[in-house]
Design a protein around this ligand. Structure first.
Ligand SMILES: NC(=O)C1=CN([C@@H]2O[C@H](COP(=O)(O)OP(=O)(O)OC[C@H]3O[C@@H](n4cnc5c(N)ncnc54)[C@H](O)[C@@H]3O)[C@@H](O)[C@H]2O)[C@@H](O)CC1
Ligand SMILES: Nc1ncnc2c1ncn2[C@@H]1O[C@H](COP(=O)(O)OP(=O)(O)O)[C@@H](O)[C@H]1O
Ligand SMILES: [K+]
Length: 512
């Protein structure tokens, strides 16, 4: 699913109006009808008090038109116009007149107004600002937003939570509506997915207003929200006459005294995602552990007893996943540097592997093309230095990925795969996955996919999705707290099944 910029959405609006020969006001009516249907299906005519806070632009226009539909169906509506400017949009005014024609008189809020009482059991519709927000809301509007936030009422935002930009961090985080639900027009916005701004969006869903399909289809976007329908086509079916040699030989390289479990997890994940053969490359101390914990895997031990110190792989692997539990002992750093100087095998690098690259940035030049790096935020900071905010982080990661021709998997609640100037935002996963070792599972998963011949970018996008989905399946049965890295591995198979299950509900264009 594409994530369009505000400028692209405005362009789509214009083209739609031209190509479908409709008025902008008719387009607003489509939005309002979609919003109304969503609400009506859930409220079914209850007498709950609905406060609609409407700005004076087109976002406010959506809200005013929605108020009319709600009123016509007997709902108890209270319309408040947030009069933050005299520049009222044409379509806002048309809809305001229609409301007045029906004898609904909004109250007009300005700097001096007393704020309306909002009871916890009321519903708030937030249509103050949409994607037209171009500066911080002024004091009294910010105060109103705080008033809405502190009411405890269920808050539904139209298009975006008011005060949230689609592509930058608000100056004043207290002047943003904390939405319970966002009904976003046509496509989700980038800010929904980043930690600093996504906190204002609890759940979201799309209201499709039928914008010009050709424009939406042909327009390239910097970011995509990756859902099941993007993932299924990436799958490489296993052929009937395939043998284990068809699915490659993964090496999982890492571990040190006390951190052999990390290699166990990656090794198991690589097997479970379908790697043909897997060899763990570990320091001597982990030999017994590995052979016992993963009988399917082979083991090659390093000369080092409790950490890796001289890498010798006695065969040609298809791919190497390295870094989990490796440590950064001087001997290990030296061994990894020496290894990377000569290595031509495709790589997935995680954890201490990334920390070693950060210590010795010269090694970045030695990485094979399209090496996959899987940093969490701390590791990414070591690689890139600091950033101003989440949007700057993405920009810097894109530049880094271009400079070194590597795929960067920026891990988080919405993991984002960055490559070639584009960002692929994952839709699966839950806070239960924030647990020890889940990153090791991801590294093994990506390694196992590369081993089977998935192109590197596909492996990253597909693997991140499956990893999150496996965690979702586990959480749906056990709750968030009980999700463990091992349980994610055990659900990889179920995640594949879910991907192809025809019993699954049709994919809804929504997220949380
Ligand atoms: N044809 C269309 O353009 C459609 C637009 N739609 C709605 O229109 C919204 C965008 O509408 P607008 O472009 O009118 O913009 P908004 O309604 O988001 O904002 C209104 C205007 O306020 C001004 N403004 C921005 N920041 C301000 C601030 N901090 N203080 C005071 N004034 C400020 C800007 O001039 C802006 O255009 C979308 O989010 C969506 O809800 C929908 O009705 C669907 C169709
Ligand atoms: N709040 C969250 N929601 C969903 N997934 C999360 C969340 N927090 C972390 N994750 C995922 O958990 C994994 C953590 O990886 P990492 O930090 O390397 O853990 P570890 O080092 O313990 O293996 C990543 O895949 C990340 O995307
Ligand atoms: K809004």
């Amino acid at each position: 699913m594409k994530i369009f910029s505000a400028a692209q959405i405005y362009k789509a609006d214009k083209l739609t109006i031209k190509n479908q020969q409709i008025s902008s006001e008719a387009l607003m009516e489509r939005a309002a009808t979609g919003l109304f249907q969503w609400l009506h299906e859930r409220l079914r005519g209850t007498s709950v008090k609905i406060h609609l806070f409407c700005g004076i632009g087109n976002n406010g226009g959506d809200g005013i038109a929605l108020a009319r539909h709600l009123h016509e169906h007997g709902y108890n509506v209270h319309v408040h116009v947030v009069n933050y400017s005299e520049k009222r949009s044409k379509d806002f005014l048309i809809n305001l007149e229609r409301l007045k024609d029906r004898k609904i008189w909004p109250d007009f809020l300005s700097e001096k107004s007393t704020l309306p009482k909002i009871h916890e059991s009321d519903i708030v519709i937030d249509a103050i600002f949409g994607i037209g927000l171009n500066r911080e809301p002024e004091g009294w509007v910010a105060h109103l937003i705080k008033h809405i936030n502190s009411s405890g009422a269920f808050t539904l935002s139209v298009d975006v939570p008011s005060g949230l930009y689609s592509d930058r961090v608000p100056e004043n985080l207290e002047a943003v509506v904390e939405s319970n639900y966002v009904l976003t027009i046509q496509a989700p916005k980038l800010s929904f997915f980043l930690p600093q701004t996504g906190i204002f969006v609890n759940q979201w869903e799309i209201v499709d207003i039928g914008l010009d399909p050709q424009y939406l289809e042909e327009t390239e976007t910097d970011y995509q929200f990756i859902t099941k329908s993007d993932i299924v086509p990436l799958y490489i079916p296993r052929e009937k006459f395939a043998h284990k040699g068809s699915f490659g030989h993964s090496v999982i390289m890492g571990g040190s005294y006390g951190k052999i479990g990390a290699v166990v997890l990656s090794t198991k994940a690589s097997l479970n995602i379908g790697s043909g053969l897997v060899t763990a490359y570990i320091p001597e101390c982990g030999y017994g552990v590995l052979q016992t914990a993963v009988p399917e895997a082979m083991v090659v031990t390093d000369d080092g007893d409790d950490h890796v110190k001289k890498i010798k792989i006695p065969f040609e692997p298809t791919v190497i996943g390295l870094g989990m539990g490796l440590g950064t002992e001087t001997g290990t750093v030296h061994a990894i540097s020496e290894f990377l100087e000569k290595n031509k095998t495709p790589l997935v690098i995680d954890a201490d592997g990334i920390n070693i690259l950060a210590k010795q940035p010269g090694l970045l030049k030695k990485l094979p093309p399209q090496t996959i790096l899987t940093p969490h935020e701390g590791e990414l900071k070591r690689l890139l230095g600091t950033w101003k905010d989440d949007f700057d982080k993405l920009k810097k990661t894109m530049a880094f990925s271009k400079e070194h021709d590597c795929i960067v998997v920026v891990k988080g609640a919405h993991t984002i795969v960055i490559y070639n100037g584009k960002g692929y935002i994952n839709s699966t996963g839950n806070p239960g996955i924030a647990t020890a070792g889940s990153g090791d599972v991801l590294t093994g998963t990506l390694t196992g996919l590369l081993s089977q011949g998935y192109p590197a970018l596909h492996a990253a996008i597909f693997g991140v999705f499956i990893h999150g989905l496996a965690g979702d399946i586990e959480a749906s049965q056990k709750g968030y707290e009980a999700v463990t890295a091992s349980s994610i591995i055990n659900n990889i198979g179920n995640a594949f099944m879910a991907l192809f299950s025809t019993k699954q509900e049709e994919e809804a264009p929504s997220g949380d």
